[in-house]
Ligand binder design. Sequence first.
Ligand code: HEM
Length: 390
Amino acid sequence: MNTSPTSLAGRPADPVAAVTHADPYPFYAELRAGPPLAWNETLRLWVTSRAEVVESLLLAHGALRVRPAAEPVPRAIVGSAAGEVFGHLVRMNDGTAHQAHRPVLQRALAGLDLGAVRAAALRVAHGVPVQPLSDALFSMPVRAVAHLLGFGDEALPRVDRWMRDFVACLSPLSTAEQLQGASAAAGELMARFEALAAGAAPRDGTLLSAVLAEGEASAPLPRSLLANLVGLLSQTCDATAGLLGNSLIAVMREPSLPQAAQTQGGLQAIVEETARHDPSVHNTRRFVAETVTIADTPLAAGDTVLLVLAAANRDPALNPEPERFSLVRARRRMLGFGHGVHACPGQALACTLAAAGLEAVLHRRPDLAALRERGWHYRPSVAARIPVFH
Ligand code: HEM
């Protein structure tokens, strides 16, 4: 059964349900036409979808935080190995804990040679079983980043498995069993990273060698930094799987793309336009720590704001003809990788990995017409749009 036609799906119930809806974009356009910050009584949070307001909120990082003050680590994982990792992540901290490791990670990622990354990612992706395709979407980028961190080929499938288990703790939809698995996986990952960092000098060009070259170097790496190396894998996992999967859907939908996908430049452009047009991370949240007024709307301490990045990506204020999928945008602008102090430092890497993954998938000549006919749905999630092909 093809569940992809938008006409069968009805209107999303709210901006969180929109993430996994067949076509949330008309709904996002309605949100943008409404107030700059709209209170949603069902979700009990403010919702914002216009690019300008999203940017203002992401720049107000003193008053708005990435975690609620009363719950820096989700209650369900406090005291567990998963809780320890989560508590150290730069993504989940503001202030000192954010600044302690963000610059090191940013420099290590910025120093990657993307040509070499592409070659390595392609080699790793060719080694991933393509069936089930929906699993390959995760394994290709996660194994590539594990390789870039410094793991040997033999370790990649295990690291991949643990990472899939670990990211389960990042979703509020996880079951008790998944949370337990996430903690076991976090413990394993920390131990493997510790051993890797303490072992023989890592291969040149790896993220680990870049981090070790930073100074804290020779001594055993602090657990907070080890946790952030695990964090590079978890930040890759769902988001890049979604970008790869949504890029494949774009190739099925847009008649000119199979031809464009024949070249490296074409693959890269498909992925970058998908990251704008049908991104994998649809929203992020901010938690108001002190009273602040944004877009003439007073926000009170304790309030939550949902920033609909995928709606902002199609704001005409950001790009001309935003509904059109175009490989040749002169200056493509998007907010799907965030903005301001927490902006994603892995954007270029993510696009390179997704393009290599797409190349590896298409190299196996899947029957795209049949795949499209069978259809897909999206994994249950409150923020990430990741297809599951039928
Ligand atoms: C398509 C793939 C990706 C997407 C859409 C994505 C998106 C994002 C977004 C939206 C944020 C900011 C969240 C916020 O401010 O609330 C973020 C942060 C982050 N991303 Fe990515 N990301 C992707 C891949 C990656 C990869 C491959 C890496 C590194 C290996 C990475 C590393 C990070 C880190 C470390 C942060 C936290 C930055 C900070 O808080 O200072 N991401 N990402």
